[in-house]
Design a protein around this ligand. Structure first.
Ligand SMILES: [Zn+2]
Length: 375
């Protein structure tokens, strides 16, 4: 593995990028692969049984590294402090922590502050098993960060953070820009979150109190990826308060993406109609775009209302799988009740890879370095 910092310029054979969405029905992980040369990760949920190596996310990621043949590891990002996004992140940090050029956490609450809250609350945890488990995993992540990631590699990410800017040149000498920017959380929302988090305890924040749980989502990182003319939006779990700020300040950045990772597992809070209304300049760009939904079955997500809204805007959507046939069936039948909807569930797949070119189009070519969709 290359440990030196990433070069400002990368040569690739074919001007293609892949995005692999791994869903388990209760969380998500995303692998971004630039031309087989630069690999990054956004979030990491737990897969099914950890003993089942096939479904283990770090195994899927290792496979990506192997077929990409010694790529740079760009960044590892946790979008927000919720269970379904960090449950297995500590494992990746243990394995690759110092190989990533940057390890990024959402802005709003520092590791030290979290550790402090954890220390204060640890004695009170016994009464709530699920909250305890959530916290146990978070403290594992904090320990992994301390033990495996140099301070210089850590970043707090907020609305104006540029994570990467790289010049890319293909085999024909054509040049492209590759940038990844965070467009959320806003400093305003981060501040609000922090004051609430200090006031309440972190357990309540992530687990018990509905309102506080939502507050955890308003500090979710939203990423905008640009590769040549291609635009991709990864919505994290940000909810309407976060989108409001983005629409206020960065409306132009949102225009005409080819791929959108629907925020918050397709909830109505995470997918305000105004956002999708503003996102496309015309019907053509709207029809071209694909929305990816990583469901959260136990919370009844995605919501039927959101799916109907996608239909209204002629948006094609795809669901990642829950890895459980029973749960997949349940969601399929729930969504099939939505009028005039053709369900495009990825059913049995445990991950789904999309390949895009520099012209804001999907590519039919599957390069040797991209994970092929598992069937
Ligand atoms: Zn989530």
């Amino acid at each position: 593995m290359k440990k030196e910092s990433y070069p400002k310029k990368i040569n690739i054979n074919d001007p293609l990028m892949s995005l692999t969405f791994v869903g388990s029905g209760f969380g998500e992980s995303i692998i971004i692969n630039l031309g087989g040369k630069l690999l990054s990760i956004v979030d990491c949920c737990k897969q099914v049984a950890e003993t089942d190596i096939k479904y283990n996310f770090s195994n899927i990621f290792s496979q990506s590294i192997k077929i990409s043949k010694n790529p740079y590891l760009g960044f590892l990002l946790l979008t927000h402090p919720h269970f379904d996004h960090f449950q297995s992140l500590h494992k990746l940090v243990e394995e690759y922590g110092n190989d990533f050029v940057k390890v990024c956490l959402f802005n709003g609450i520092t590791e030290a502050e979290l550790a402090e809250i954890y220390k204060e609350q640890s004695k009170k945890l016994n009464h709530s098993v699920s909250a305890y488990n959530q916290f146990k995993h978070y403290s594992k992540l904090l320990n992994s960060l301390d033990n495996n990631v140099e301070n210089s590699r850590r970043r707090a990410v907020a609305e104006d953070s540029n994570i990467f800017t790289i010049n890319v040149e293909d085999k024909n000498g054509k040049k492209y820009d590759f940038t990844i920017d965070a467009i959320a959380p806003s400093y305003k929302n981060s501040k609000k979150f922090l004051s609430q988090a200090k006031f309440h305890n972190f357990i309540n924040l992530v687990q018990n109190d509905k309102k506080l749980e939502q507050l955890g989502n308003i500090i979710s990182v939203v990423l905008l990826i640009r590769f040549g003319k291609t635009k991709i939006l990864l919505g994290g779990d940000v909810t309407s308060k976060g989108w409001e700020e983005i629409l206020l300040k960065k409306k132009d950045d949102l225009l005409d993406p080819i791929l959108v990772k629907s925020s918050h597992h397709g909830s109505t809070e995470g997918n305000p109609e105004q956002l999708y209304n503003e996102m496309f300049s015309d019907n053509h760009s709207r029809k071209k775009c694909k929305v990816i939904i990583v469901p959260f079955y136990d919370k009844g997500l995605p919501s039927v209302k959101t799916i109907n809204m996608f239909k209204k805007y002629s948006l094609t959507y795809e669901l990642t799988s829950s890895l459980s046939q029973k749960k997949d069936k349940k969601i399929s039948s729930r969504l099939q009740n939505v009028k005039n909807i053709k369900l495009v569930a990825t059913s049995q797949n445990y991950y789904k890879t999309f390949i895009v070119d520099t012209e804001n189009e999907f590519s039919n070519m599957t390069p040797s370095w991209a994970l092929k969709e598992h069937l």
